[in-house]
Design a protein around this ligand. Structure first.
Ligand SMILES: [Zn+2]
Length: 333
């Protein structure tokens, strides 16, 4: 039985190894060019990136980039209250996608779609063909496959249902050009890396002096890597006595036969300053990209006034504590 129904977006191409002819990286380039020439909203979104302003903020031990991007208001301001989510039509379901939108059908289970409100020049959303909730444990294998199939030009990221995903009810990943997110460079900085695990071809590191808690897992063996992640999630849930998935953002890349997974354990979805009234409110809603050091501010007044202390405070406020995470990591076999 086919999972593709008549509401599906126009299938630009299918990627289904083995026997796959074209590389996924080049299919994505072709999709991007096609969509930019036929879909006005997406072309405008990409063009708007040329006038986006950025600003570097130097913090204690690290730096971040702010990106003033007015088009991101829908995502930063997304209401993810379960009651609201239940009432709204799901914008990732195939039948709600714009008519102009085309996608690459990936391994018959996901559509790779161009993001019409991008943070990066090439910014894709990889969305399940099914309306099922965000769930990392059951989809980590897909994330590793995607990172490998997309090749070294791209990274793949996942936002937990309460950690920045604007569609927590519909399983999806996003992809960005590799190294576009600052943590990708910092994660290989030997002066920052502290190894906590090295066994059976899986290595684990934390980052020192980074202002937020980061866990890096690397392996050349995707099965062992996924199994480690399974044990990590189980230990983490047990430690916090959680029934649901722990809060997190994850960024994954693959190059030179190594998968690198950069994980940000979270304890809070949005900082208090997000909920303040009037002028005191600052619209920053941290997800993977922001936790990775590229903070999106859809409002100009925030872009201009955000300073070192606020960035440092937000990272501490929304990150899971380092000591607690160390305790969890110590107990993973
Ligand atoms: Zn949906």
């Amino acid at each position: 039985m086919s999972t593709v129904n008549h509401h599906s977006p126009n299938v630009f191409a299918s990627f289904d190894p083995p026997g796959q002819q074209a590389a996924l990286t080049s299919l994505c380039s072709e999709l991007f060019d096609q969509q930019r020439s036929t879909w006005r909203k997406m072309a405008e979104g990409v063009a708007s990136l040329e006038s986006v302003r950025t600003r570097e903020i130097i913090c204690n031990g690290f730096s971040v980039h702010l990106q003033f991007n007015p088009k991101r208001i829908a995502s930063t301001g997304a209401d993810v209250d379960p009651a609201v989510i239940r009432r709204r039509p799901c914008f990732l379901c195939p039948e709600s996608l714009p008519e102009e939108q085309q996608g690459i059908l990936y391994r018959s289970e996901y559509y790779i779609l161009c993001n019409p409100l991008p943070i990066f020049h090439r910014h894709f959303t990889i969305s399940s063909v099914h309306h099922v909730p965000q769930d990392f444990e059951s989809s980590v294998d897909v994330m590793l496959d995607l990172a490998r199939d997309l090749g070294p030009e791209y990274s793949v990221f996942y936002n937990g249902p309460q950690s920045g995903a604007s569609a927590p009810d519909h399983l999806h990943f996003q992809s960005s050009p590799r190294l576009a997110i600052p943590v990708e460079r910092d994660a290989v900085d030997v002066r920052r890396r502290k190894r906590f695990y090295y066994k059976n071809h899986v290595a684990g590191f934390t980052l020192m002096d980074y202002g937020r808690t980061v866990v890096i897992i690397e392996s050349s063996d995707n099965r062992r890597l996924a199994a480690y992640i399974g044990r990590l999630l189980a230990g983490w849930k047990e430690h916090l006595r959680l029934a649901e998935e722990p809060m997190m953002n994850v960024l994954c890349s693959y190059q030179e036969n190594i998968w690198r997974l950069i994980l940000f354990p979270r304890r809070k979805h949005r900082p208090d300053v997000y909920f303040k009234d009037g002028d005191a409110r600052i619209l920053i809603s941290p997800a993977t990209v922001d936790m990775g050091g590229l903070i999106v501010t859809p409002l100009e007044k925030d872009f201009l006034r955000v300073q070192t202390k606020l960035v440092e405070d937000i990272f501490v406020e929304v990150s899971e504590g380092r000591e607690l995470v160390d305790q969890i990591l110590e107990n993973i076999e």
